[in-house]
Design a protein around this ligand. Structure first.
Ligand code: ADP
Ligand code: ASP
Ligand code: MG
Length: 438
């Protein structure tokens, strides 16, 4: 059994839904994970925003135009009156539910429920379409098996225990359709796996069922060697090690959710990134292989904050570092990059939550300097330290760009540079030119 995930653009119109139906049928009883149709989750975020601001009418207007879009999709998708009527009835229930939210008592819990409707709708449409085409598709409710624990991490045991019996109870299924992104938290409330989380859903399902492979179908022919949104002439990388893909995803390659490689890697399940618009393209295979001595790709992570703490020398060096880490740990703020010297330490974080409290406590042990709007540029490949010259090449590419921090040696897989936001594109382009284009 394989897990096949299709992103928002891949199911973004009636035509695309039909194309995906062609790709998923006749390939065995696989599990299909769908995102919401493109633009839907953003629209749902906007609806919630109006409700937070107390403007129920504003929210209703957006709901109305979203409903119109889905009405057109349904008309184009279904050939028979029977299925069109069934789809209209099902979707009207979702829109009725969306209209039931008002500004009164609107909290983050209600927002999560609103956000969940996109994946519920796309999977409902696909499931009905497959039935119309004569397939015995089974709609699996992700809210009944996808869970996070008290730390907000995926609860793998719960997922495995609840998913397998659901599959077993449908021995005649041709294929299973389920929702990406959505889950319940440890309190049983509707929640999600963060934006872009459908990739993580696919990987978690793959891990729970020990699937043969996880396919991530998207709108580009694999993981490219640089960010195609900022750099021209990027190329797909045909093979990546799990660790390389994990670094790239975590450090900004939007094509994969930041943490989605982990469940697949833990169970040694290959991930294949493929293009829905070009199904024959080779894509990227992510598995347990190393192509030695090569730099594979570059990615950039935005909105990074750098914090430098110069010791006031009241603590011994080791006690100082311990105290710094303890402060970040107490506020559950993971650190991405670290650079140390005799007199101080620089670290980066990617979330300003509770930053003022962190700074107040750091000021008790040293002098604190903060740089906002920084970007981590991450160079990934087999960068084992005995292989000479890789660091030099990457550093040389950035010779005209001010670099605030460098991190190398944390693993054999990456070198990270911290630069200003305004230098990001220049840095990405320079790295492509020096590392891949000559
Ligand atoms: P989906 O909706 O299928 O999940 P996403 O928009 O989340 O698709 O991810 C695909 C997009 O990721 C691509 O269209 C591309 O613009 C962007 N992207 C960023 N970095 C990379 C990269 N290194 N390789 C390929 N695509 C990338
Ligand atoms: N629909 C969600 C989002 O737009 C999840 C996903 O697409 O992976 O973020
Ligand atoms: Mg995505």
């Amino acid at each position: 059994m394989k897990v096949l995930k299709f992103g928002g653009t891949s199911v973004g119109s009636a035509r695309r839904i039909k194309e995906v139906a062609n790709l998923i049928t006749g390939r065995g009883t696989n599990i299909i994970v769908l995102s919401a149709m493109s633009g839907t989750t953003n629209t749902l975020v906007e609806i919630a925003d109006y409700l937070y601001k107390g403007n129920t009418n504003g929210a209703r207007e957006i709901i109305n135009s979203l409903e119109k879009r889905y009405a057109t999709v349904m008309e184009e998708l279904f050939a028979s009156g029977e299925y069109l009527a069934a789809a209209r009835e099902r979707l009207s229930e979702f829109f009725h539910h969306l209209r039931s939210f008002t500004r009164d008592g609107f909290t983050v819990t209600e927002e999560k429920e609103i956000l969940a409707q996109g994946e519920l709708m796309s999977t409902t449409l696909m499931d009905l379409y497959l039935h119309e085409q004569g397939f015995n598709s089974v709609w699996l409710p992700a809210l009944e098996f996808m869970r996070t624990d008290t730390d907000g991490e995926a609860d793998s045991d719960y997922i495995a225990q609840h998913l397998q019996p659901m599959l077993d109870s449908h021995p005649d299924a041709d294929l299973f359709i389920t929702q990406g992104f959505i889950c319940r938290n440890s309190k049983g409330e509707i929640d999600n796996l963060q934006r872009g989380g459908s990739d993580l859903t696919a990987s978690l399902i793959g891990g729970a069922l020990l699937a043969e492979e996880i396919e991530i179908w998207t709108d580009i022919d694999g993981m490219h060697n640089n960010d195609p949104r900022f750099v021209e002439q990027t190329e797909p990388v045909h093979e990546l090690h799990f660790d390389e893909a994990a670094e790239l995803a975590y450090f900004g390659a939007k094509i994969l959710h930041p943490t989605c490689v982990m469940p697949a890697r833990m169970n040694n399940i290959p991930i294949r990134v493929l293009n829905t618009m070009e199904p024959e393209a080779r894509g990227t295979l992510i598995y347990n292989t190393v192509h030695s001595r090569s730099i594979k790709a570059v990615a950039a992570k935005d909105n990074v904050i750098a914090i430098k703490i110069k010791s006031s020398r009241m603590l011994l060096a080791s006690g100082f570092i311990h105290r710094v880490f303890e402060i970040f740990d107490n506020y559950h703020r993971p650190i991405d990059m670290i650079a140390t010297s005799e007199v101080g330490i620089s670290v980066t974080i990617d979330n300003p939550l509770k930053l003022e409290h962190i700074i107040d406590e750091l000021k008790e042990i040293g002098t604190v300097t903060i740089d906002y709007d920084m970007v981590i540029i991450c160079v990934v490949g087999d960068l084992e330290w005995h292989n000479r010259g890789f660091e030099a090449k990457a550093v040389d590419a950035l010779r005209d760009i001010p670099v605030r921090m460098i991190s190398y040696g944390g693993s054999n897989r990456n070198i990270s540079f911290l630069v200003k936001k305004e230098d990001k594109v220049k840095a990405l382009k320079a790295l492509s030119e020096h590392l891949f284009l000559n």
